[in-house]
Design a protein around this ligand. Structure first.
Ligand SMILES: *[C@@H]1O[C@H](CO)[C@@H](O)[C@H](O)[C@H]1NC(C)=O
Length: 197
């Protein structure tokens, strides 16, 4: 994966899956959930510097807990340096309409002013990047150099996790806009359906 994609994908996934390990009162333990109908597209301007060129996730549906296989590639024509902003908009389909889910405890439709800081909090600088990034020499901290980044097909295990209470069965779509100093660098839209018992 690349810079923007590493950053955006991890934030988008974090927004959906809540990799945040705080089990506050607003979280519930999910013992068996399925993610299906995964789809994605770039939503930036045609000349956006940061784009995702491929993202493949299987199987469909993905089980939580369970294994998934993912590969991704993308590129950025500019270096991505702190402070990097990401504005996330999370919507759920309700009776045929897309309803925006507000930002609650840093999850939902939230604006993150500096994802470089967030990355430093999740992955302490100086320590190896988590696998499979480390094996493929992919970076996990700002700044991300301009260039092409690709993550070959890799296996991940999704453990039991805590999800926010509002994350109920249904169709969701998430948009992430990456920006630096008021300038839009890239935009990614992801859609998926969640079903848990
Ligand atoms: C995020 O939203 C804020 C407030 O609307 C806006 O000022 C900022 O430019 C947006 N940033 C990005 C990257 O879209």
């Amino acid at each position: 994966m690349k810079t923007c994609c590493t950053v955006m994908a991890s934030l988008l996934l974090a927004a959906v899956f809540t990799l945040v390990s705080c089990s506050s009162a607003t979280m519930k333990r999910v013992t068996n959930a399925r993610l299906s109908s995964f789809d994605w597209k770039n939503c930036g301007k045609p000349d956006a510097p940061a784009v995702l060129s491929s993202l493949t996730i299987s199987p469909d549906p993905i089980s939580i807990p369970g294994d998934l296989t993912a590969s991704a590639s993308g590129s950025t024509t500019v270096a991505l340096t702190a402070p990097l902003a990401v504005n996330v908009t999370l919507e759920k389909e309700v009776a045929g309409f897309w309803v925006k889910i507000p930002c609650v405890e840093e999850l939902g439709s939230c604006n993150y002013e500096n994802v470089c800081d967030l990355l430093d909090q999740v992955i302490p600088p100086g320590q190896d990047c988590p696998e499979p990034l480390h094996s493929y020499g992919l970076p996990c901290h700002c700044p991300f150099k301009s260039g092409t980044y690709s993550l070959p097909q890799s296996d991940f295990y999704l453990p039991y996790m805590d999800l926010p209470y509002w994350l109920t069965n249904g169709n969701y779509r998430v948009q992430g806009v990456l920006g630096e100093g008021g300038q839009e660098l890239g935009c990614l839209k992801v859609a998926l359906s969640i079903h848990s018992d």
